[in-house]
Design a binder for this molecule. Sequence first.
Ligand code: SF4
Length: 358
Amino acid sequence: MGMTNSSILKSFREIMEIVQKSDLTINIMEVCGTHTMALFEHGIRSLLPQNINLISGPGCPVCVTGEEIMVEAFELLEKHNVTLFTFGDMLKVPGEGRTLSILKAQGFSVKVAYSPRNAIEFAEKNPNIEVVFFGAGFETTAPALGATILEAYTKKLKNFSMFLAVKTVPPALGFLVEHNSLIDGFILPGHVSAVIGAKAFRFITENYQIPAAVTGFTAEELLLGISLVVKSILKKEPSYYNAYPHVVREQGNVEAQRIIEEVFEKGDANWRGIGNIPLSGLFIRERYSQYDARKKYGLREKPPIVPRGCKCGEIMLGRMLPPECPLFAKGCTPEKPVGACMVSSEGSCAAYYKYGRR
Ligand code: SF4
């Protein structure tokens, strides 16, 4: 954008002053969990006037993974005796009162992976052990998951498969704008956009006339993204910005998109607390079905399970703030989370718990 840090800050302050003096209420959704944390960490919420609300969206992969998925993962361990690799933040996600961490303590083989390649390496070294990689994520994780499946396919690995809960962000935002007319602007996820391209979110402004900015993660980048969106709201001229152009290209990462397209196909997916969103999930294509743990172990899809009293869905739809949940900081804490929004460090409940209201 060619602006210096001091001019970004100056422009931000000027715009915020205008909003403060106005009788407007502006709701901006930051979609991505990393943005939620960065906004708190940089103290940006405290720089905003009271009449701008930042709403944390559904952009934390752990938070949108339903309990029924966890129950299926437990089934892989208990009924099929697999060694299950997963990312560390999945260990504490509850499923009907249990977690992978509890099963690990009971002696089931659960291993933390930093990359899906850890699981493939383990499977190669241990041909007699059935290895499953359990991955939840968005378009950011999908290329690495797809590349791992391609590697297993090339190596003709027999004792490896994947159990996936991968979702795509644009259909979820389409769902949000159709179900929450309160959102006036979007701060769009920088990392997801780097993969799928700034083009992938243009429909928000073009079809729904809502200003939006693809935004980076430093304080200045966040201030810039917010300034652009608020300015566009004030001018009543909905505009779309790529405010992270040194990382995000209009077309995105074409090679990563090619891997996603090769290995996965789109299907309907359940978003925890929100419900079914058409064509918002990525599923392993028939060609690679021997690496699909669901098919390999005949897992049957379970109906969505929502923990009693948890308002994660309402929060991710922007209808409620975490402290408004009756369980917040009482029955539900990061040590003993009820819902996934409190489990992941990027979850909005966990962020509010750590940093407070503003
Ligand atoms: Fe769910 Fe806990 Fe957040 Fe309430 S505070 S919405 S129970 S995760």
